[in-house]
Design a binder for this molecule. Structure first.
Ligand SMILES: [Zn+2]
Length: 432
């Protein structure tokens, strides 16, 4: 294998739940026609994980940046889509538009590639527009444009790969159709089926474009997703924030407003700020919240705990000073919701969301790999010890492993990460 065959194209299909692939595989094939040709091509010619395990919280920005860095959120800094960083200088809010390098920790794969002397270019990957340690986004990262169609995004990547100076060693592509419709209509909706077909059409355009440029057989395409999607439809599945707070807080409008303002209430879980709280005080608050939830009839579907008391499968989440002292977790399908704005008449529809405990299979994501180092038709087994994350051995590959796989394919030294040493060489074919 020549050096030219060390190329990586990292694809994200936002919200593409693990079992969507099984539905594609199970769909009857009509002779002479090929529904979802791109997925069928990738599955026939590439390897796949039965599922990919997201990091907690199963949210978009934490998991895209975990895939990019191989670091769990406590170590990559993006502990939620919205949060507040508090330090001696003050309180600094983070949201998904924020490009302040102070929030983004670790070393994303595009930077690792660049530091190794390779050319990396990104289009629309969370964190890639942040100027981090010599990465100059104005030259290396296309600005994410939500209104751009899937075909336009694919064409932008193909243009990068057809560059007169040669294809970059690393490129990325982000497609959000499936997540959008998963939220709007729920994961089992016809709208999601239509969105999967739209994503397939974009991927088919990508595969055809690569083939036309003689790049298909030498490019490693990693198709990933950040998390799954679960239905939130059903009576009584919205848990009012005030129902899980002790009465002294629930009856205090400014205390409730402070929780919402801390960026901890975008659901489905809840983080409670508790400035200056000791562990003992945080545990007492969690106990009081659980008592309030029980009194309100939500005991079976809600558990609060001090962040230090979260189970091992939360992979050190509570170790981050950015994480709220108390975390309240609803059962799958239940959402802790902030009080609606005064005068709001909005009713929750039958729809979907994500963000729950990652042991819940509806939160599991997707990992497919095709290219010279992937054995066609192979199943990527998780590393030994993945069961510690709360998932049965032999099942889901943790998404922290993707960074090491990409580094191994590109032949570059990975930065320190939470992946498993030696895993990439075990699941990839040897380099010729
Ligand atoms: Zn997402």
């Amino acid at each position: 294998m020549s050096d030219a065959a060390r190329r990586v194209l990292l694809v994200s299909l936002d919200g593409f739940r693990a079992d969507y692939v099984n539905h594609i595989m199970a769909a009857p094939q009509v002779p002479g026609s090929s529904p979802l040709p791109a997925f069928r091509y990738l599955l026939a010619n590439g390897a796949r994980a039965q599922a990919m395990l997201p990091a907690f919280p199963s949210k978009t920005f934490p998991n895209h940046y975990t895939i990019a860095t191989g670091l769990f959120p406590a170590w990559n800094g993006i502990i939620a889509n919205t949060f507040t960083l508090r330090n001696a200088s003050g309180a600094f809010p983070f949201n998904m538009q924020n490009k302040d390098p102070n929030f983004w920790m670790g070393e994303p794969i595009w930077l690792t590639a660049q530091k190794a002397g390779l050319v990396a270019r990104t289009t629309g990957w969370p964190g890639s527009e942040v100027a981090l340690h010599g990465w100059n986004p104005s030259k290396t990262a296309a600005t994410f444009n939500y209104s751009q169609s899937g075909f336009e995004r694919v064409d932008a990547v193909l243009a990068l790969l057809r560059s007169s100076s040669g294809p970059p060693a690393f490129t990325s592509l982000y497609l959000n159709d499936v997540d959008d419709w998963g939220h709007a209509a729920g994961p089992d909706s016809d709208a999601v089926e239509t969105a999967i077909a739209a994503v397939d059409a974009s991927l088919w355009r990508l595969l055809q474009g690569l083939n036309a440029s003689n790049l298909l057989s030498s490019t490693h395409i990693l198709v990933t997703s950040d998390h799954g999607m679960a239905q939130t439809c059903g009576c009584g599945r919205t848990i009012p924030l005030t129902a899980v707070l002790p009465s002294t807080m629930a009856g205090n409008a400014s205390a409730v407003a402070a929780i919402v303002a801390a960026g901890a209430a975008d659901g489905p879980f809840i983080g409670i700020p508790c400035d200056g709280c000791s562990l003992q005080q945080a545990r007492a608050l969690a106990t009081a919240m659980n008592a309030a939830a029980s009194s309100a009839g939500y005991g079976p579907v809600f558990t609060a705990s001090a962040k230090q008391d979260l189970p091992a499968r939360f992979t050190g989440y509570g170790a981050s000073s950015r994480v709220w002292p108390v975390i309240g977790l609803p059962a799958p399908g239940y959402v802790v919701a902030s009080p609606p704005p005064p005068g709001s008449t909005a009713q929750q529809g039958c729809a979907g969301t994500h963000g729950w405990d990652t042991q819940y299979s509806a939160m599991h994501a997707t990992l497919l790999g095709m290219g010279p180092r992937f054995a066609a038709g192979a199943l990527l087994a998780p590393p030994a010890g993945a069961a510690a994350a709360g998932v049965a051995a032999g099942w889901a590959v943790p998404n922290v492993e993707v960074y090491g796989i990409m580094a191994e394919i590109m032949g570059i030294a990975p930065a320190p990460n939470n992946g498993t040493a030696g895993y990439a060489t075990r699941v990839l074919l040897p380099r010729c």
